[in-house]
Every structure is written in C-alpha cells, then in structure tokens.
Design a protein around this ligand. Structure first.
Ligand SMILES: C[S@@+](CC[C@H](N)C(=O)[O-])C[C@H]1O[C@@H](n2cnc3c(N)ncnc32)[C@H](O)[C@@H]1O
Length: 312
C-alpha cells in the first residue's frame, strides 16, 4: 500500500531530495511576514516583545535562510543573542553574530541547549509539520488517507488510538463522506517538544490556523511552488502545507497577529500630511512603516494566529 500522507509528506519536504533542502529556501517560493517587505517592522515588534518580557535570546525555529534574523541583527542591541534553526547548513551571508543549529526537520528538533530568558519563535513551522490525514468513507467511517507519489489517494485502516482521541476532542463530527481531518496531534507533540527544549522564556508559534467550531470540513492541505498554490503532490517538487489547529496547542494566550502587533505598538495609521511639508524624509519613512504595518495586520497575515506559552 502507498505510504500515509504523514509519511509521504515528511519524505517530500525533509528527505534527502526534499523541497526544503533546495538552495533557494522558502523565500524562493513565497513571501511571509518574516522575510517579505515587512520583515523589518516584524523584527522590531519581536524585539519589543523580548524587551517587555525581559528576554535576551531570540531563537528563530524554522527560520528559512535566516532572513528575519538578518533583520533582527540590524536592530537588536549587541547583548541580544540570536539563533537560527533550520534543516540546511548555516547560510554564508548571515551576519556573524547569528548562531545556527541544523535541525532534522518536520516534527523532529535538534538540541537547542535549553536556552533561558529566550523568545522562541516558530513562524510558519507547524503548518509544514506533517500530520495524518483522515477521511470519512461511504459508510461513515473515518479512515487514514494514503497517497501515491503522483498525488492519487486511497483510504486505509480506520483511524484509531490517540489520533482518533484527538479528533474526538479537537475536530469532532466529520460526518459526511469525503469530510477530512488533518489530525493535529503531531503538531501538538512537536510544539510540546519545543516547549520542553526551552529553559525559560516565551514560546510563540505563529501560523495559519483554526480553532474548534471553525475547522475546514474539507481540510486545508495544498501545495505551493513558485508563488502559486498547486495540487498537493508528495514528490519533493512543491511545499505541502495544512493549517494548524492552534487551540489544541493549549497556549496560555491565543490571539490574531493583528491583535498581537497592535499590543506591541504596530500601527498602520498614515502619518499626518503636515509632516510631508515639515519633514519630507520623516514623512516618507513613516509612510513606509505604515504600509509595512498594513501588510502585517490586514488581510491574511493579520488573521494569522499567535499561540503563546510561557516557560519557567
Ligand atoms: C513555511 S517555511 C517558513 C520560513 C520562515 N519561518 C518564514 O516564515 O519565512 C517553513 C520552514 O520550516 C523549516 N522546518 C521545518 N521543520 C523544521 C524543523 N523541525 N526544524 C527547523 N526547521 C524546520 C523548513 O525547512 C522551512 O524553512
């Protein structure tokens, strides 16, 4: 029988020829808040969060090629330690102060040295942590979905055990034939593992997500390549991503990115026109900040969910 989606997904992204081992990295295929045009403002907001919480190390888990860390290095006081974690060796062009740890990938994490007073960010990590996919068959039984290298699917055994328990608790009632569940237990376990590897501080997972009562009945698994959504095919030729059940991570706080950034002082208000006359350069800088803020707090990115867990 073909592998389960969880197995095929892992091999496609993190196997020897996996999508995320390609030299261009994620930024070669899509922009995110952490490496797009607004990364500078995003980095500033994270440093403000670290300052308010008294945190002196920032670890960016699943950091791509370290784009956000470069933005952090440009703004952070030299006393702030910066660490990147991803599946490839340290990129050559990172600022010298940025440390780097190579990770196995997916749900597996490396030894992070149990950092203390640390802000641990996982931005768009959990959506690429492979999870089982289950589908309701014609008799109403929830079965594990298997997938061939060309993307064609078949239904296997009924979903049982802790993954079934997870569905009963966190994704109840997929009832009609064809309804699907992306079983988030794998993400919960990965998040707990990250928390366990943190000596003290704040762990923040930021992702596309949903909460109980708002799960997508048909699931959300898609492929992504060269800036476009594509059919999810586990052949290493595209990203494979599914939204995250953020409430089952059991965060201390769960808020939208819009709310989180507003709390941190990110404001998309345009500067007063008077400033254009009195201080043209200042006006242009403020305008650029306002447009970065709008990019982070409106539309899709504004609706991203931040799951915060305090450690120690
Ligand atoms: C969607 S990209 C996000 C990159 C970056 N955080 C951003 O928002 O632009 C997902 C990244 O997660 C990385 N990744 C997946 N599993 C990982 C793991 N266990 N440890 C470290 N990085 C991981 C991938 O290699 C990839 O670079």
């Amino acid at each position: 029988m073909d592998p389960t989606w969880e197995q095929a997904w892992h091999a496609a992204l993190y196997g020897p020829e996996g999508f995320y081992r390609r030299p261009e990295g994620p930024a070669g295929h899509f922009a995110t808040s952490a490496q797009g045009a607004a990364a500078e403002l995003f980095a500033g907001a994270l440093l403000e969060l670290a300052r308010r919480e008294g945190l002196t190390t920032v670890v960016d888990v699943a950091c791509g090629r370290g784009e956000l860390l470069s933005a952090l290095a440009a703004q952070a006081d030299p006393s702030i330690r910066l660490v990147g974690v991803d599946v490839v060796p340290r990129p050559d062009d990172l600022p010298a102060r940025v440390e780097w740890v190579v990770s196995p990938g997916g749900a597996d994490l490396p030894d992070l040295g149990s950092p203390t007073a640390a802000l641990i960010l996982a931005h768009e990590w959990l959506d690429v942590v492979p999870c089982p996919i289950a589908e309701v068959d014609d008799e109403g039984v929830l079965r594990v979905v298997h997938v061939a290298p060309d993307g064609s699917e078949s239904l296997g055994d009924p979903l049982t055990g802790p993954n079934r328990d997870w569905c009963d608790r966190w994704w109840p009632g997929p009832g009609s034939p064809g309804d699907r569940v992306e079983v988030g237990r794998a993400r919960d376990v990965a998040f707990e593992d990250l928390v366990r590897r943190t000596g003290s501080g704040l762990v923040v997972a930021v992702d596309y997500g949903h909460v109980l009562g708002d799960r997508p009945p048909a699931g959300s698994l898609v492929g992504f390549v060269d800036g476009s959504v594509c059919t999810p095919v586990p052949d290493g030729g595209c990203d494979l991503t599914a939204h995250v059940a953020m409430d089952s991570l059991r965060p201390d706080r769960l808020l939208t990115q819009r709310e989180a950034l507003r709390e941190l002082g990110v404001d998309g208000a345009r500067p007063p026109l008077d400033l254009a006359r009195s201080d043209p350069a200042g006006y242009l800088a403020a305008l650029s900040r306002a447009s970065q803020a709008a990019a982070l707090t409106s539309g899709g990115p504004g609706g991203f969910l931040w799951a915060l867990r305090r450690v120690g």
